[in-house]
Design a protein around this ligand. Sequence first.
Ligand code: NDP
Length: 606
Amino acid sequence: MKVTAGPTAPDGTPIDKEALRRKYLEERDKRLRADGNDQYVRLTGQLAHYLDDPYTPVTERAPKTDHVTVAFIGGGFAGLVTGARLKEAGVDDVRILDKAGDFGGTWYWNRYPGAQCDTASFVYMPLLEETGYMPSEKYAHAPEILEHCRRIGRHFGLYDNALFHTEVVDLEWDGSASRWIVRTNRGDAFTAQFVAMGTGPLHVPKLPGIPGIESFAGHSFHTSRWDYAYTGGDASGAPMDRLADKRVAIIGTGATSVQCVPHLARACKELYVFQRTPSSVDVRNNAPTDPEWFAQMATPGWQQRWLDNFTANQTGGHADEDLVMDGWTDLSRRIRSKIMALPREDLTPEKMMAAFEDSDFEKMEEIRSRIDSVVEDPETARGLKAWYRQLCKRPCFHDEYLDAYNEPGTHLVHTDGRGVERITATAVVAAGKEYEVDCIIYASGFEVGTEYTRRAGYDLTGRDGRKLSEHWAEGMRTKHGIHVHGFPNAFLVQPTQGANLISNVPHNLTESGRTIATIIKHALDNDVAEVEVTPEAEEEWVQLLLTGAGRMLGAPDCTPGYYNNEGRDPGPAARLNVGHPQGATAYFRYLDEWRSSGAFEGLELR
Ligand code: NDP
C-alpha cells in the first residue's frame, strides 16, 4: 500500500491544514459584503466619459440599410475566428460589427502598459498556422496580439465589410423573410440571414461605487482606456515620461493591475497601490521564441496538436507529454500527481477532493513564500500574501510585480479587505489615511454576473416576439452554448455550456466558429432558409449539463470576487453556467464528430 504524506511547505515543514482553512475563512469573512455586485457602478451619465475611445477617432459614415448573409457582433477573437472559418468555407458576405475602432476586442481596449497574455501564445493566439505567424514570445505582449487580430482581419478579407465604432442596439427576427433586422447606434437598419454573437465576457468596464468618486478633481481613467496622452509612453513599453512628477493611485490588484504596476512603479514619483484582496502571483518565466526551434516544431497541424495537448493536460484528457509547460499545466499536473499517489482503495470523490486541497495548500504556500524572498519590506510582503485557494480568484503569473514594491516610490496600501473608503477632490482615503494624488487609475475590472443582455447592450427578439431575456429568465439554455430555441439563424460564440475551457478561451471560440461556419455553409448549399435547435434537443443538452459536478470555480467558501458572484449565492440559474460534464477534451471530440457527420442532430433545417 502506498503511504501518502500530508502537504508540506517549500521548506519541508508540514502544513497545518486546519489552521490554514481557518485563516482562509477569516480572510473571506472580512471581505463579504451585503451589496455583492451592486458595490460597482455602471459607467453611465456623468461617468460615461470613462468609456470614450482614446485610441481611434470616430469617423462619420452613412447608415447601412442593405442585406448581408452573416452579421457578426463583436470583432474580437470570436468574430475573427468565425469570420475566418466562414471565408474559408466560401461564405464571403460577412459583416463584423464592433463598438471599438478596429478588430481586437479585449486587445483593442486593453493597451495598458505591460498588458500581456497569460496563456502561452502558441495556444492562445488563434489561426497562427493559417496566417503563418510565429509569436515572438512564449507570452506575447498586447500590441503583438492586437496586430495579430488585424492580421487575421486582413488575411481573411474581414475588413471589407466591417463596421467599427458601431453598437448594436436591437436584433429582431423577421419570420416572414427568415432574416434578422440589425439596428445600431449609428442609424443602421440592415438585414442578415444569419447573426452570430461574440461579445465577450469581460468588456463592460466598471468602477467601484466608492463615496465621492465623482468629486475627484484630478485626472482619472480606467485601465481599459489607458490615457497615454496623460502618462506619456505607449502600449509597446516606451517609458511613461509624464509621470515623473506625479503621485498616482491605482485601485485594484487583479490580473490587470499586476501587469501594469511594474511599469507605473518605474515611472511615477509616488505610486500608491490600493489593495483590497491580494492576487496570487506565481512565476511567469517568459522567454523569446527561438525561430530555429519554431521552424522544426511547426510542422503541418502543429497548432491543433498544441491546442489538444494543452486542453488534455488541463482537463484530464490523455497526454503523454506537456508541450506548453506553464503555470496552468503545472497546476493540473500537481493535482493529478497527488491523486495518482492515493492508494487504490482511497480513490473516492472525497479523498480525491482532499488530495486536490493538499496540492493547493502546497502551491499557495510556495506562492506566499516567494513573496518573502523577493519583497524587502516585511510589512509589505505580509500584505501581499493571498489567503485563499488558487482558483478562488484568477491566478496571476508575473516576474516583476513583486519586485515593483522594492522601488522606493511604490507603496502598497493594504486595506485588509476593506478597500478604499472615500475619494475627495484631491485624495484617496483608505485604512483611515488620506493619500493626496494627481491621478487615479481604476484597475477595477469589468461587469460579470450581470445579465447577458445588459452586458451585450441589446436583447434579441426571436420568433413570435419572444425575448432572449425571457427565454433565459431561469438561466442560460442552449445546445452546445451555441444554439437557442426560438432564435433561428442566430449563434452564440462563447465558452459556457460548451467546453467552458477558461484557461484558454480562444480554443472554445475557434471550435464554435468552425461549427457555425459548417452549418451556415451547409444551409446555403442546400437552400435551407432557417436553422433552429429543437426544444427537445435544447432541453436534453441542459439536462446533460446538470449531470456534471457543477461549477469548478466560484466556491462559496472562497474570498469574494467575480468567480463566486462576490460571495453571494448566485441562485439556481448559475448551476447552468457550466461546461460539458466530461470536460473540454471530450466536448471538443464530440463536437467535431457532431459537425463532421453532417446530420446536425438536434437542429431543424427548414
Ligand atoms: P478584477 O475584477 O480581477 O480586479 C478588480 C480589482 O479591483 C480587484 O483587485 C478588486 O478587489 C479591486 N477593487 C474593487 N473595488 C475596490 C475598492 N472599493 N477598493 C479597493 N479595491 C477595489 O479586474 P482585472 O481588470 O484585474 O481583471 C479582470 C479579468 O480580466 C481577469 O480576471 C482576467 O480574466 C482578465 N485579464 C486577463 C489578463 C491576461 O490574460 N493576460 C490580464 C488582465 C486581465 P477584490 O479582489 O477585493 O474584489
